[in-house]
Write a protein that binds this ligand. Structure first.
Ligand SMILES: Cc1ncc(COP(=O)(O)O)c(C=O)c1O
Length: 318
């Protein structure tokens, strides 16, 4: 590998690992391939979209030199933008819910960003960010965007989010030499699912694309979430329509409980040495269900969204 001009060049091109040990542990038939996106410089897959959204905004003339960038974030996009903005010379403000883990705040601070933490809605629990909590974060982001004359990256509405995550799918396809039958991806903004599914279908229209949702907070499966149902899979599962998720790409939905996601994360760490967060664990649990069901004997690809280091303040690894 040649010398890089900056850490920005270290974003993407992450390894793809065959989870043979986990497949054996669960006595499954088939293969699970994991894209180690937690190895991106700020510790999550969101570094791809941080760089992608900023570069595209520069190219489209939406972001002026030195202008403040702002983002509503569950933390990981904030961490990625904090890193990218610091290297490219944009002041950055992350707006996040107090329900998200404190590590994400500290990482933003480390990269020199400002963090605004928004109180959770009445009845919400720390570690469980609901759609109502997200609305409060969005309101505050809108207010601050106007006040600061900032550029809002807007991952929930910005199609450059999904575009940046097509690179994940393209890399998986190339690394596996086209040997992928299905993918499973947890929905937050839907950028990951849309980007990866778009890439897969471009390479082979027959690849099945499964949307992963919290069993407690289903939405796309057509089951209505119980009012106020919370879950612990940070980074998504808001049980609401996300603007650019293309439903025609969804083969089916897979529900994963908090316990299954936590077990998945703990096994990825202890059996495979992949130290990850809840959503990566949810992906492993979803792959297990698929290999026990409709994808028996096939190859399912998943993403390791973020690092377990971001959950040390929670009980995930306590
Ligand atoms: C840890 C984690 N997993 C999964 C997701 C969901 O990804 P996407 O927004 O691409 O749907 C996010 C998004 O914030 C995340 O932070």
């Amino acid at each position: 590998m040649a010398i890089m001009k900056s850490v920005l060049e270290a974003i993407g091109n992450t390894p793809l690992v065959d989870l043979e040990r986990l497949v054996r542990h669960w006595k499954l038939e088939g293969r699970v391939l994991a894209k180690l996106d937690h190895l991106n410089p700020s510790g999550s897959k969101k570094d791809r979209i941080a760089l992608g959204m900023i570069r595209e905004a520069e190219r489209k003339g939406l972001l002026k030199p030195g202008q403040t960038v702002i983002e509503e974030t569950s933390g990981n996009t904030g961490n990625g933008l904090a890193l990218v903005c610091s290297l490219l010379g944009y002041p950055f403000v992350a707006v996040m819910s107090k329900g998200n883990s404190i590590e994400r705040v500290r990482i933003c601070n480390a990269f020199g960003a400002k963090v605004v933490r928004v109180d959770q809605a009445p009845g919400s629990k720390p570690g469980e960010v609901s759609a109502a909590d997200l609305d409060l974060v969005m309101e505050e982001t809108e207010r601050l965007t106007k006040e600061l004359g900032a550029f809002c990256a807007g991952q929930f509405h910005n199609a450059d989010n999904a575009l940046a995550q097509e690179t994940t799918g393209d890399e998986m396809w190339e690394q596996s030499e086209g040997k992928i039958d299905a993918v499973a991806d947890f929905v937050g903004t839907g950028g990951g699912f849309t980007g990866i599914a778009t890439s897969m279908r471009r390479h082979n229209p027959k690849v099945r694309c499964y949307l992963v949702e919290p069993a407690n907070a289903p939405y796309y499966s057509g089951k209505k979430a119980r009012e106020g149902a919370g879950h612990r899979i940070q980074g998504g599962g808001y049980a609401r329509e996300v603007p650019f998720l293309d439903r025609s790409l969804i083969t089916d939905c897979v529900g994963v409980s908090d316990e299954e996601a936590a077990e998945g994360a703990r096994l990825l760490s202890s059996v495979e040495g992949i130290f990850c967060g809840f959503s990566a664990g949810a992906h492993a649990a979803a792959a297990r269900k698929l290999l026990q069901g409709p994808e028996k004997g096939k190859t399912v690809a998943i993403v390791i969204c973020d690092s377990g280091l971001k959950y040390l303040s929670t009980d995930l690894y306590a």
